[in-house]
Design a protein around this ligand. Structure first.
Ligand code: ADP
Ligand code: MG
Ligand code: MG
Length: 213
C-alpha cells in the first residue's frame, strides 16, 4: 500500500527542485553581491539529490516522515555550503517529527516545521535580524503555527505563512549581515536581500502550490 502523504512530501521536494532549476542563476547573482556566488548551484545540487532520494523512498512506499528525512540527508550530503547543511538538518527534523502516519494532521505538520526551525537555529546559531534564511523561516513558522492553531486548513495556513515569509525575505535588503560569508562584506550587502532567505521564501511559496492541489 503506497502512502498518500509520502507522495505529497515527494511532490513538494520535486517542486522545490524545479523552482531552484529556474532560479539558479538569480540566486547565484544575489550571493555574488556580498557572498561567494554559489548559492544557486549549491541549492541546485542539494534539491536535485533530495528529490532523487524522495522518489526512491516513495518507490519503496515510504511515508512522509521517511521521505522528508531521507531527502534531508541527501541534501546535506550533496549540496555543500552552509545552506545545504541547514536545509538537510531542517528536512530531517520535519521528517522525524511528522513520522509515517497515513494522514498527518495540520498541527503535526506545523509542529514539524517548528522542529525544523529549531534544528536550523541550533545548528547555525542565527537569530532574527542576522540577515540569514532564519529571517524568513521564523516568521513562516510563527504564522503557520498561529493559523493552524486557529483551525485554518493546512494549504491555506501554508500560503499565508509563505506570503509573510516572502515579505520578510525581501525586507532583509535593509539589514546588515551578522552571520555567514556575507559578514565581511557588510556595506556591499546593504540594499540586497539575503539569498538564503529569498530561496527559502520562494520554496515555501512553491510548496503552498503543491498543498493546494
Ligand atoms: P555558503 O555561505 O557556504 O557559500 P550558500 O551560499 O549556499 O552557502 O548559502 C548562503 C546562505 O546561507 C546565506 O544567504 C544565509 O541565508 C544562510 N546562512 C549562512 N550562515 C547561516 C547561519 N549561521 N544560520 C542560518 N543561515 C545561514
Ligand atoms: Mg555562498
Ligand atoms: Mg560557498
Amino acid at each position: 500500500e503506497s502512502s498518500a502523504a509520502g507522495r505529497v512530501a515527494a511532490a513538494a521536494i520535486a517542486a522545490i527542485r524545479d523552482l531552484i532549476d529556474r532560479e539558479v542563476d538569480e540566486l547565484g547573482r544575489l550571493d555574488a553581491i556580498a557572498g561567494d556566488g554559489d548559492h544557486g548551484i549549491g541549492m541546485q545540487r542539494g534539491a536535485r539529490a533530495a528529490a532523487d532520494a524522495a522518489d526512491a523512498a516513495v518507490a519503496q512506499e515510504a511515508g512522509a516522515g521517511t521521505v522528508l528525512a531521507l531527502a534531508g540527508d541527501a541534501w546535506a550530503d550533496r549540496a555543500g555550503g552552509t545552506s545545504g547543511a541547514l536545509w538537510g538538518a531542517g528536512l530531517r527534523a520535519v521528517g522525524d517529527t511528522v513520522g509515517d502516519e497515513e494522514a498527518p494532521d495540520a498541527l503535526t505538520v506545523a509542529t514539524g516545521v517548528d522542529a525544523a526551525r529549531d534544528a536550523v537555529q541550533s545548528f547555525g546559531k542565527a537569530v532574527v535580524g542576522d540577515k540569514t534564511l532564519v529571517d524568513a523561516l521564523v516568521p513562516f513558522t510563527e504564522v503557520l503555527l498561529a493559523r493552524v492553531g486557529d483551525g485554518v486548513p493546512l494549504a491555506t495556513a501554508w500560503a499565508d505563512a509563505a506570503a509573510v515569509a516572502t515579505a520578510a525575505a525581501r525586507a532583509t535588503a535593509d539589514l546588515l549581515p551578522r552571520m555567514g560569508r556575507a559578514r565581511p562584506h557588510m556595506e556591499k550587502s546593504l540594499g540586497t536581500p539575503d539569498p538564503g532567505a529569498i530561496s527559502l521564501a520562494l520554496s515555501m511559496t512553491e510548496v503552498a502550490g503543491v498543498l493546494a492541489r
